[in-house]
Each structure stands twice: as structure tokens, then as C-alpha cells.
Write a protein that binds this ligand. Structure first.
Ligand SMILES: Cc1cc2nc3c(=O)[nH]c(=O)nc-3n(C[C@H](O)[C@H](O)[C@H](O)COP(=O)(O)O)c2cc1C
Length: 344
């Protein structure tokens, strides 16, 4: 049995806190393309099209994936407060930027699983360093696939021959993007080099809260790997400590394609929710995740990924999953909550 709905004040605070937790979600180039509106008992999620990557993501698929991850984070935060909620995705056909309406229904106890997931949200980060030589267990990979399924998406873990094809596709995607001046310029805008501060968002208080990628989360040199990571155009300041004896940083990594049944905005949003669920499940198991999106940004290599899935679905994102090397990786800064949350 559930307890009565909490007072509006308390609910307002809980919704605001959930929006703040949503802001910790991963997003393409840390664009954080979301805005929240707290209107108890409703929390609305809107997209911010100004922060869509016009060149690399003209359809807004990666923007929607990012917002979907934020939506899942907010759902976890509410559930960890014991708040049961309903979610309407893309509820208004006349307002395509209104991505989701979360409505608090009632309040009870929080499960241990949601409390663990909330802790994982605070810990989760992108780790671009080489992974360790310890492989990911099949049991863990099954759990991650189940996490994706629970959110209406799928995770296909590639076999070694698939990884070789993925490596070729990722390298080709990078070559195509490096030749596109609009994509190169866009990347340079969002990704700070060692001498360039990342993009500073306009702020009423003049605080330098950031969007984009700072240099300290980008490896000093590209790690040697079978599947190339994103070429940010320059090195950063993150030490990678790669062991030359190991020969390639991703030998023990698993590679998976997150995919959906359809290539439509609601499926993109759900893929983002699945991305968050998979990543939190990985974090809880001590695994690192590195999303690789170049191969889904380029039509020709996207087709290769579709073939790798035996045309079972629409590829949304490639994930490298591994057991991380010890050592800290800095967290990427976020906009302040007052820059992303408004109140009714
Ligand atoms: C849809 C999507 C695509 C991404 N693609 C890449 C990528 O190709 N390469 C990369 O290094 N990071 C990628 N990322 C990770 C983001 O750069 C990262 O989430 C963001 O900078 C925030 O940092 P954090 O995850 O450490 O909090 C992607 C994230 C998302 C959500």
C-alpha cells in the first residue's frame, strides 16, 4: 500500500532535485541539450535545439539520446525518493521540443535497487583511458543487455569478427568527419584543447559553468586500440598510462551496439533511457563505458552497423565496455541547476 501524495512543497523539492540529477546525465560532447520545468505534480523535459550539433547530428538523434539519458536519471532520482511516477513521451505532437512529461503519482518506500542506481549516477563518468586486461564477464554483459531491454531497446555484444568490422567502420567514419569542415569546426567549438577553456554558458550570475569537454578528460595521446576512439583533433591532459606490453588498449574490452526497433524520435529517446540504464548497471558492477558515436553519425558506416545487427534493428550508439584501470578520471563539469531548471 502506498502512502498519501506528499505536500506540494515537498514534491516541488523532489521534482527539482530529480531535474538536478537529470543534469548529471551523459550527453554528446557534453552539450547538455535539456531544460526542465518544475510544475508539481509534473516535471517536464524539453530539448534545447540551440545545443544540437547541426553538422554531426542534423536529425537530432544524438540530442534525443542525450535527453533520454537525462530522463532516465530523473526517473531514478524520483524512484529513489519513493515517488512513483508515470511518463508520457513526446506528449504533444504540436510541440516536438516537449520530450517528456513525468507525473508524480504517489509516494512509498524506495527499493534498494533504485538507491544503488542513484549512487551509480553520482559515480558514473566517461572513461577514455585504455581498459585493463581483465575481460568483462558474460554474466555482466547479460545483465547490461537486460537493462537495455527493460527500457525498450536492445544491446548486441559483438563477436571478435564483428569488432574487426566495427573498427574499420569507426576509422572510416572518422576519416569522413575529418574531411567535413562543418563537423571539424563544430567539434572544435565544443571540445577544449589543453589551452582552450571549454564553452562557457551565458549565466545571469556570470558564473563560469561549462558546456563541452575540458582537456582533462581527453587522453594526452590517442590510446592504441583496435577500434579507434573519437579523434578530438588534439590531445588533452588525461594521462593514459598504457602498458606497451599489452599491445592494444581494447583487447579485453567488449564492444556492443545499442539499437532500437525503429528510427523515430520516441525510439531515440528510449535508446537514451536505455543508455543510462546500461551505464548505471555497468557502474554498479565496476565497469567503465565509453560511447562511440562517429560510426552512427555517418550514413555509410551506420549501414555497416545495421548489417552487423543482421538488420534486426536501428543502430543508435556503439559502446566500449571494460574493466577500468585504477586511478581517478576527472568528472566533466555541468551547467548549474539554475541554468537548466525553471519553475512554474
Ligand atoms: C549520445 C552520446 C554520444 C557520445 N559519443 C561520444 C564519442 O563518440 N566519444 C567520446 O569520447 N565520448 C562520447 N560521449 C560521451 C560524452 O562526451 C560525455 O557523456 C560527456 O562529455 C559528459 O561527460 P561524462 O559522461 O563523463 O559525465 C557520448 C555521449 C552520448 C550521450
Amino acid at each position: 500500500m502506498s502512502r498519501p501524495t506528499p505536500s506540494t512543497q515537498t514534491l516541488h523539492e523532489a521534482l527539482e532535485a530529480a531535474a538536478g540529477i537529470g543534469g548529471l546525465a551523459p550527453s554528446i560532447h557534453n552539450t547538455q541539450p535539456w531544460r526542465w520545468r518544475v510544475a508539481p505534480p509534473v516535471l517536464e523535459l524539453r530539448s534545447v535545439r540551440d545545443r544540437q550539433l547541426a553538422a554531426a547530428d542534423p536529425l537530432g538523434r544524438l540530442l534525443m539520446l542525450s535527453c533520454g539519458a537525462a530522463l532516465h536519471h530523473a526517473r531514478v532520482a524520483l524512484a529513489a525518493e519513493g515517488i512513483r511516477s508515470t511518463v508520457e513521451r513526446l506528449p504533444d505532437p504540436a510541440d516536438s521540443d516537449l520530450l517528456a512529461r513525468i507525473t508524480a503519482v504517489d509516494r512509498g518506500g524506495a527499493s534498494a535497487a533504485t538507491t544503488r542506481a542513484l549512487a551509480a549516477i553520482r559515480e558514473r563518468h566517461t572513461d577514455r583511458r585504455p581498459v585493463s586486461s581483465t575481460p568483462v564477464t558474460p554474466t555482466a554483459l547479460t545483465a547490461l543487455a537486460q537493462a537495455a531491454e527493460a527500457e525498450g531497446a536492445h544491446l548486441h555484444v559483438l563477436r571478435p569478427d564483428g569488432v574487426i568490422e566495427l573498427a574499420a567502420a569507426a576509422a572510416e567514419a572518422q576519416r569522413v568527419e575529418n574531411r567535413d569542415p562543418d563537423i571539424v569546426e563544430e567539434l572544435a567549438y565544443w571540445v577544449g584543447g589543453s589551452n582552450t577553456p571549454s564553452v562557457t554558458a551565458p549565466s545571469a550570475t556570470g558564473g563560469g559553468e561549462t558546456l563541452g569537454l575540458p582537456a582533462d578528460v581527453i587522453p594526452t595521446t590517442p590510446p592504441r586500440s583496435t577500434v579507434p576512439g573519437r579523434d578530438f583533433g588534439h590531445g588533452g591532459t588525461l594521462p593514459i598510462g598504457e602498458s606497451p606490453a599489452r599491445g592494444g588498449h581494447d583487447r579485453a574490452a567488449s564492444y556492443a551496439v545499442l539499437y532500437t526497433d525503429e528510427d523515430l524520435p520516441e525510439a531515440w529517446l528510449r535508446a537514451g533511457e536505455a543508455l543510462s540504464a546500461v551505464w548505471l548497471a555497468a557502474t554498479e558492477r565496476g565497469l567503465s563505458v565509453l560511447p562511440l558515436s562517429a560510426a552512427v553519425e555517418v550514413d555509410a558506416t551506420r549501414a555497416t552497423l545495421r548489417r552487423l545487427l543482421s538488420h534486426l534493428g536501428e543502430p543508435m550508439l556503439v559502446l566500449r565496455i571494460g574493466v577500468p584501470e585504477p586511478g581517478p578520471v576527472p568528472h566533466t563539469p555541468r551547467l548549474r541547476p539554475d541554468q537548466t531548471i525553471e519553475h512554474r
